[in-house]
Design a binder for this molecule. Structure first.
Ligand code: CUA
Length: 337
């Protein structure tokens, strides 16, 4: 008897812990949460999630409650005779087929409604190409002829359609506060749409295991008011500013001479390779190495000194640059606003 009480207590504690874990996950301010939607598409998914969660919780409590009640109330007593044996009860059987049947149909209809919302890209959506790479994100704004990486800048309050492609393996684009996860598959064109309802930064993460740096393939969506977005887009469309004298100019020479140029593009210079991220306006980004480091001179120097130490397995080799070359490259690259 004592052990049964402990069992009940333990199950109660486990359920409580699960609820607390779920709640605290939802409330963490600095990590993205699927419970905190800021886009019509994400909201339709969150609503569905809540409905399913609440229905599942009700079913769980009723079934487990019934089970516990029956276990204790009808437990075998030492002197008890064999209970009356019964078989079949049409009324109960009809009830326990009808209620789950209705639940499944209701959930099916709600899921269809969510799927319709997610599939119906508004006609006035801004189209942006997303290309997944091992292990970073390329973003192209075809109409404005802008190419950038890792930080997706969008206009707040306007629908955006992403056209998703992959260069190598399957990735998955997931910014939970804006949209459901969508796979990024080689040889296939997937789309998703969202509308960031207020300006701000929305974080996410590649959600399909894609190799060594899967966890280092972060997502950052920056939603700006319309005028600031247009300013940003115009600045990005412009070619890179020519390096001023001194370290910046020396850095440009290092960039051209030490093979950076064979992987990276800087529009407005000779660098036009498409292997690594486009660096035309690198200095204007908040992070580098797909969100693994902040874009500060110190972190950039650390990255250039040995990219493999920061992000093992990534495609950028250790070029064994001297301290002076690193200093000059940092000045040049941070100047590419
Ligand atoms: Cu890309 Cu995981």
């Amino acid at each position: 008897m004592r052990y049964r009480r402990w069992g009940v207590l333990l199950s109660g504690l486990l359920c409580g812990a699960a609820v607390v874990a779920l709640g605290s996950g939802a409330a963490q301010a600095d990590s993205p949460s699927a419970f905190d939607p800021h886009s019509p598409t994400a909201r339709s998914i969150t609503t569905l999630l809540w409905i399913m969660l609440v229905l599942a919780a009700i079913v769980f409590v009723l079934i487990e409650g019934g089970l516990l009640y029956a276990t204790f109330h009808f437990r075998a007593r030492r002197d008890a005779a064999e209970p009356r044996q019964i078989e079949g009860n049409r009324r109960i059987e009809i009830i326990w087929f009808t209620i789950p049947g209705i639940l499944v149909v209701v959930l099916f209809i709600l899921a269809l409604r969510s799927m319709n919302t997610i599939a119906a890209t508004p006609a006035d959506a801004l189209h942006i190409d997303v290309i997944g790479h091992d292990w970073w994100w390329e973003y192209r704004y075809p109409d404005a002829k802008v190419e950038t990486a890792n930080e997706l800048v969008v206009p707040a309050g306007r629908p955006v359609q992403l056209d998703l492609y992959s260069q190598d393996v399957i990735h998955s684009w997931w910014v939970p506060e804006l949209a459901g996860k969508t796979d990024v598959i080689p040889g296939k064109h997937n789309t998703l749409w969202f509308k960031a309802e207020k300006e701000g930064t929305y974080l996410g993460q590649c959600a399909e295991f894609c190799g060594l740096q899967h966890a280092g393939m972060r997502l950052r969506v920056i939603a700006l008011p319309d005028d600031r977005f247009n300013q940003w887009l115009a600045a990005e469309a412009a070619p890179a500013t020519a390096p001023a004298a001194g370290d910046a100019q020396a850095g440009a020479a290092v960039f051209a001479g030490r093979t950076c140029i064979s992987c990276h593009a800087v529009r407005g210079s000779n660098a036009a390779a498409q292997v690594g991220p486009d660096l035309t306006h690198f200095g204007a980004r908040q992070t580098l190495a797909a969100g693994v480091l902040d874009n500060t001179p110190a972190d950039l120097a650390r990255w250039l000194a040995n990219p493999q130490a920061v992000k093992p397995g990534n495609q950028m080799p250790n070029l064994k640059l001297s301290a002076q070359e690193i200093q000059q490259l940092v000045t040049y690259l941070e100047g590419l606003k």
